[in-house]
Ligand binder design. Structure first.
Ligand code: HDE
Length: 693
């Protein structure tokens, strides 16, 4: 059910919103009308401290002042050491049914499981911008009836390191410099490139970060990956090796780099707002969960690819993704801190039928999550917080500790016991028992030999992209390395690029004004994987997309309404952009103005149109808006004499993806819907690219 929008997100309204909705049954805060202390004492005044005379000193006995300030002093908890900036939502997962695992939430067709999903950036602090170039976290907590299962994934299928022991190294290199603490939330600096140019196993992940995947259009248009290989076990005990994938129903789409940069300034909350707005508008974000299935034989490889190496993917052409179920995010959190901030994911939260493998990155993660949460959430009882609590019975023997909120009954929290009738007892039949697996070998600090190939898969990734996407990769490398001060680092990274693709290395070298590295053997021919490209030829759904219409009181408002009706039906939103706030038109045909030319910027629209009859001359802000739309390869258009405003702003009349019509009729609407579904008009990018590279 769409809920009322919060004041900072809605169009000017005739009724003032009344603020927060009531919390869940767990929430006792703010539920009454009279202000009290934490002890429930009613307060007559909260603005004046208790003083000895109006001009006198404050009294120690003012317990209200002390409680208020003390609580405030302790409002902050440590932010996550990585993935500090996030946004989340509640939802439901519906299983399609499968025989491949006995995990009930997947095995039983039609079973519904409640979930909580948190998306995040990796490097930035909690207050950093959403649209920076970075990997995104995609962490899902399934509250299954067999216990919580957490799929703590990313929007990229590979990782920078093959062994968890290097995690502090890669993160120290990516985080801001220790002396000035800049730059924030990005990898465009010396320490990052110093590390990855020396540590070439990071190359594959670096290529994904430098591609359009590093700047998603929205959380709703991101793929998700479990990264590691997992082991699924069926009811008869047969096991398979799998890789998890989340496929967004809205398609996989990204921003263009200039948009991402502008959004970081004009709307640092771009992704967070987009997720919450879409859910409030009823355009529920959806993904299909699927798995690539590989035999669980003793080789732990598939088609020559080492399945324990998290810097490698299995191309979808070799192992297609088999759908398991559908995730729908349908409810925004009620309180950011209580839910999004306090949620604690852990790769060790598993259910029968889902097991880990010996991937050395995964093994280290199994230790790290619980460990970090003990500090971040202040002790061992964070599993009792509403967002972390399993939705099935919990009968542990864990007791006491900081912030214990459970009132445990019984006298015998130990096993074996007779005083509590021997309960709770273990369940050898249905309890979580990992499939027996043989482990042998010498104790040593070393990798398998196959982990040494660092360049073949980056070459496959890069060469599988379309020319426009490749140009974006080249531009991203040129930008990021251009922000480094040390020449030696740039030169070393150019040599890494030359291993992957000499053409790419040459373009980046040219942009940096450095010599093209010579004599470096480039990876030979590789099997391409077209599934790695995100450019689409068939229009996708447009739910949650935003169309701005520039109009004023003289505009064809009935045409505008026809257009809105058609877009709303498909889950997209039409926003009116006018010279000033308030309303345009009068009487029953009055329209609320959602953006003014001063507040509108290209980044928040997927298309911008000019309505017929829009009389105001294209002022500089309107010109910037329309030109940015054109430059960012998004649909622009006009009907009637709105076309004059468009061409007056310098948008080429016959430019690709420029929609012209006499009226906002069915054909015009259909053209718009197709353009939105294709996401971008990449023909324009070719022009921009030819100029730039
Ligand atoms: Fe994490 N990671 N990670 N990570 N990770 C954390 O846990 C860690 C890795 C991922 O929204 C931390 O509660 C190690 C890969 C996500 O709350 C911490 C290693 C992948 C989130 C941690 C990795 C991830 C985290 C920080 C190398 C993708 C955000 C706060 C062995 C498959 C979860 C916390 C959320 C968070 C450790 C590598 C995904 C420190 C040691 C690979 C989505 O425990």
């Amino acid at each position: 059910m769409p809920t009322r929008r919060k004041p900072d997100q809605s169009a000017p309204d005739e009724v003032s919103p009344t603020g927060a909705e009531s919390g869940s049954a767990d929430s006792r805060a703010q539920s009454g009308d009279v202000l009290t202390t934490a002890q429930g004492l009613r307060l007559p005044d909260t603005d004046h401290s208790l003083k000895a005379g109006r001009r006198g000193p404050t009294l120690m006995e003012d317990f209200h002042l002390r409680e208020k300030i003390t609580h405030f002093d302790h409002e902050r908890i440590p932010e996550r050491v990585v993935h500090a900036r996030g946004a989340a939502a509640h939802g439901v997962f519906r299983s399609y049914g499968t025989k491949i695992t006995r995990a009930r939430f997947l095995a039983e067709k039609g079973r519904e499981t409640e979930v909580f999903v948190r998306f995040s950036t990796v490097l930035g602090s909690r207050g950093s911008a959403d649209t920076v170039r970075d990997t995104r976290g995609f962490a899902t907590k399934f509250y299954t009836d067999e216990g919580n299962f957490d799929l703590v994934g990313n929007n990229m299928p590979v990782f920078f390191i093959q062994d968890g022991i290097k995690f502090p190294d890669v993160i120290h290199a990516g985080k801001p410099h220790p002396d000035r603490e800049i730059p924030q939330a990005q990898s465009a600096h010396d320490t990052f490139w110093d590390f990855v140019s020396l540590h070439t196993e990071a190359t594959h992940h670096v290529f994904w970060n430098m591609s359009d995947r590093g700047i998603p259009r929205s959380y709703r248009t991101m793929e998700g990956f479990g990264v590691h290989t997992f082991r699924l076990v069926d009811a008869a005990g047969n096991s398979s090796l799998v890789k998890f994938h989340w496929k967004p129903v809205a398609g996989v789409h990204s921003l263009v780099w200039e948009e991402a940069q502008i959004a970081a300034g004009v709307d640092p909350d771009f992704h967070r707002r987009d997720l919450a707005d879409a859910i409030e508008a009823g355009a529920f974000p959806e993904w299909e969960l699927g798995v690539q299935v590989m035999p669980d034989d003793s080789t732990e490889t598939f088609a020559g690819i080492d399945l324990l190496d998290p810097t490698k993917i299995v191309p979808e052409e070799l192992a297609p993704v088999q759908p398991l179920g559908r995730l729908t995010l349908n409810r925004n959190p009620t309180n950011y801190f209580a839910e999004t901030e306090q949620v604690a994911f852990h790769t060790g939260n598993l259910v029968p039928g889902i097991e880990v493998t010996n991937d050395p990155l995964m093994q280290a993660r199994l230790f790290s999550y619980l460990d970090t949460q003990l500090t971040r959430l202040g002790g061992p009882n964070f599993t009792q917080l509403p967002v972390n609590r399993p939705h099935c019975p919990v009968n542990d023997m864990l007791r006491d500790g900081m912030h214990q909120t459970a009132v445990h009954t019984g006298v015998a929290p130990y096993q074996p016991n007779s005083l509590d009738d021997g309960l709770p007892a273990t369940d050898p039949e249905n309890g979580y028992t990992p499939t027996p697996r043989r482990v042998e070998g010498n104790v040593e600090r070393a990798d398998p030999v196959s982990f040494e190939d660092h360049f073949t898969q980056p070459a496959m990734f890069y060469r599988s992209l379309t020319p426009v996407e490749q140009a974006h990769v080249a531009e991203a490398f040129t930008f990021e390395l251009g922000k480094c001060y040390e020449q030696a680092i740039k030169e070393r990274e150019l040599a890494v690029l030359a291993h992957v693709d000499t053409g790419l290395a040459a373009v980046v070298a040219q942009g940096l004004g450095l010599p093209v590295p010579k004599g470096i053997p480039q990876v030979g021919e590789v099997q391409l994987s077209p599934a790695l490209s995100q450019v689409v030829e068939v229009p996708g759904p447009i739910a949650g997309r935003k169309v701005g219409v520039i109009a004023d009181s003289g505009s064809d408002l009935s045409g505008l309404r026809t257009l809105r009706k058609a877009l709303t039906k498909l889950g997209a939103e039409l926003l009116v952009i006018a010279p000033a706030g308030g309303f345009i038109g009068s009487g029953r045909s009055r329209e609320v103005v959602q953006r003014t030319v001063l507040t509108a910027r290209s980044v928040e629209f997927d298309a911008v149109l000019v309505a017929d009859g829009t009389g105001h001359a294209p002022d500089i802000k309107t010109v910037i808006l329309l030109q940015e739309m054109y430059r960012h390869c998004k649909a622009v258009g006009a009907w009637g004499d709105g076309i004059e405003v468009l061409t007056g702003a310098g948008v080429p009349e016959n430019g690709p993806g420029v929609l012209h019509a006499d009226s906002a009729d069915k054909t015009f609407t259909a053209e718009l819907v197709t353009a939105l579904g294709l996401h971008r008009v990449w023909e324009r990018a070719d022009v921009v690219m030819a100029d730039a590279v």
